[in-house]
Every structure is written in C-alpha cells, then in structure tokens.
Design a protein around this ligand. Sequence first.
Ligand code: HEM
Length: 413
Amino acid sequence: MNAPLTDDPDYELFYRQRLANPYPLLARLRDEDPVHFCAPMKTWLVTRYDDVYAGLRDTKRFSTNRDAMYNAPLRPENRERAQPLIENLGTWLLNVDPPDHTRLRRLVNLAFTPRFLQALVPRIESIVDRLVEQTAACDEVDFIRSFSLPLPARVICDMLGIPEADQDRYCRCVEGLLPFSSAAGPGLNDALDEARANLDELHEFFEGLLNERRSDPRDDLLSALVHVEEEGDRLSRAELFGLCVFLFVAGHETTSGMIATGTLALLSHSDQFEKLKANPDDVVDSAVEEIIRYDASVTRGARLALEDFELRGRHIRKGQTVIHLIHSANRDPRQFPEPDRFDITRHPNKHLGFGFGIHFCMGAPLARLEGQIAFKAIARRLGDMTLNSDSFSYKPAMGIRSLEALPVRINEP
Ligand code: HEM
C-alpha cells in the first residue's frame, strides 16, 4: 500500500521536500487521484493533461479574480492600507475576468505587436552578447546571477523604456511587491508594509515617466501603451500603472527560470547538448519548446470555481480554488510519449507551459525569442561549460519553479 498522496499536515513542507523532483508524486496523482482534494491547502489539484487543458480555457466555470483571496485574510486595521495594492493587483491581466479582460488585452495587443517584438531582436542579442562575455570570463560562477536573472530584467526594462539609471530601482521595487502578491492567508498582513512602501515608490516613479512619454513619445512600449487607442477607448492611468508592474512580475522570474532549468537540463543530458551545439540554428526552436515542457517554470494556473460541478467523479463547489498543475500536464504519458525523456527535437510538442485560452501567456513570443537567442549563444560560446555541483535546490515558491543557484565551471575549449 502506497503512502497517502498529500495528506501531510504541513503540505507546504511536504511540497518543498519534493521540489527538486516533484514528478514521481505528480505521476501518482495523475494515476491514482487525478482530481485530488488537498485538505491542508483546501484546494483541488488537477493533474491530467486533458483536464488542465480544459480547465485553463473554461471561463464559464472558472474565474481568475483574486480580490476575495487578498481581502479575506486581512486584519481590519490593515484593510485601508492594503487597498491601493489590491487595486493594482486587480488590474493585472491574469487577475481580470471577461469582459474587462477582453477589452484590456485587446488594447495591450495593439502596442505589444509582433513588429514591436521583432525590433527588439538586436537589443536582446546585444544584452546576451555582453552577459555571455562576462560569464565566459569567469572560471566558476552562478549562472543564475551572471546570466539568467539579468537577461530578462534588462530586456523588460529596455522594452518598456525605463532609463538605465533607474532600472535597478524599478526591479527592486517590483520584487518588493512579490511577498504580498504571492502570499496566501494571514501572511498577507506581514507582507503589507514593505509591499505598500514599494508600491508608493513605483507610483511616484511612473507618474513622472508616463507624463514624460505622454508629451514626448519615444520608441518604447511605455509610449506605445500611453498612446494606444481604439474607437475612443484608452488604457486608464490605473491600468497603465498596473501593466508597468505586471509585465515585470510576469516576465522576469519566469524567463529566468526557463533559461536556468533549460541550461541544467542541457548540461545534465550531454547527448542533447551535443545535438544543439552541432546545429543551433536548426534545433533551437524545438529545444526551447522542450525545455518549457520538460521543466515548466510556471507550474500552475489557479482558478476560482464559479459554480458547483463534477470532474472525474469529484464534486467541486462554487468558491473553491482549483489549481491546474501545468508541470504535471506536461509530463502526462497520455499526451507525450516517454514524457520523462528530455528530447530537444520532440515533435509534436503541444505543451501547456504558456497556459491556454484567454489567459495564454501574452509574453510567449518574447520569452521564446529570448530563449532562442540565449540558447544559441550558450551552444556557440559556452559549449564547454559544465555543472559545478551535483545537487540543486529550488526556491520554495509554489507557482514558479526556479533554482536557487546554478553553479557552473567555464572550461577552456
Ligand atoms: C518562459 C517564460 C514564461 C512562461 C513559462 C510564462 C507562462 C505563463 C503562463 C502559464 C501564463 C498563464 C497563467 C494562467 O493561465 O493562470 C502566463 C500569463 C501571462 N504572461 Fe507569461 N510566461 C513567461 C514569460 C512572460 C513574459 C516575458 C511576459 C511579458 C513580459 C509575460 C507576460 C504574461 C502576461 C501579461 C500574462 C497574462 C495574460 C492574460 O491574463 O491575458 N510572460 N504566462
């Protein structure tokens, strides 16, 4: 008889102990209890590909609005102070339901176009060049600090048009909001003061910058967003400010996670790394897709049930949280032959690493572009890099899978 699935009284501890390799547990959940009620988290965990795919696109049964999640655990004396934060989080695309979501996403899409992204290519290449050079100059280095974290941070800042002198401050302030935005339960109260101070600083900073872009537009995303208009409709000040914050939240650690876990996968599967090095231009696109499937950096899509319904014989009640485990769906043998095999030429590869449906990752083309440019440069110029440790720990955050560190040795060719 197997041990119970997730009935450990301290689920988070249970989860953390499996962070390095959650996949055997996820396989058991898929086989034994694919719609599992995790009592300590008071949450449903959905693990099979078909159910995750269907759930992520189901806007009739599910909402992503989190107002109640943020409001309910706040102590009465903290409610007023928390409101500006909750209002800002309420404009983040991922937390908005239709019809507001439809309108907001359409307006943002008018600025965040394929042509705009294509124009970023030389800029991304030059950031990658500089970071590769700095990394190559070391003997031993933490690849996350030297490469995977700074790359998406610089790209997002440049894309938005944050002046170079303010970029570190912007990154620090947005990161200061994360303990609040990702907290659940009473922990929100403890995270409030720091998050509020950072939000106020960001607000002051963007007031000035957005006013400048209004009167003196440049060739950057902030200017494009400020001026975007469709049939007289525009982004409100609150929506603009929300986007300035959310684009960093959505695109930084996620992309860094993909580059770091992808590098780890390549360095620990030398046959696959050799395949990439032999033919980077031809193989890199499918390699990036496989990296996202094999160890997805966004591990879940959380939803709130809008009605009572039944799923695989389990009764889900209105108001309950349902977590669709993306990294489990991406290893489901019902969808992917030999799902635990890392194969950078896998085809077809309909992974759910960027989600699905109306909340499908808006930054997917940018993340793919960054991944393709980064992994080509790694294959060409850091091809002799090796791992400098044989154990790796992951950050305890439950929604994003990112390594604490990736020690590598840069060997002479
Ligand atoms: C490898 C890197 C990335 C991964 C794995 C990833 C993954 C995801 C996933 C799974 C979702 C949907 C979550 C859900 O349905 O609950 C999402 C949404 C989103 N992502 Fe990404 N993302 C990445 C990079 C980026 C980047 C670089 C940006 C922009 C700078 C971005 C912007 C967004 C936005 C705006 C949404 C919300 C879309 C909406 O609700 O309509 N992402 N992402």
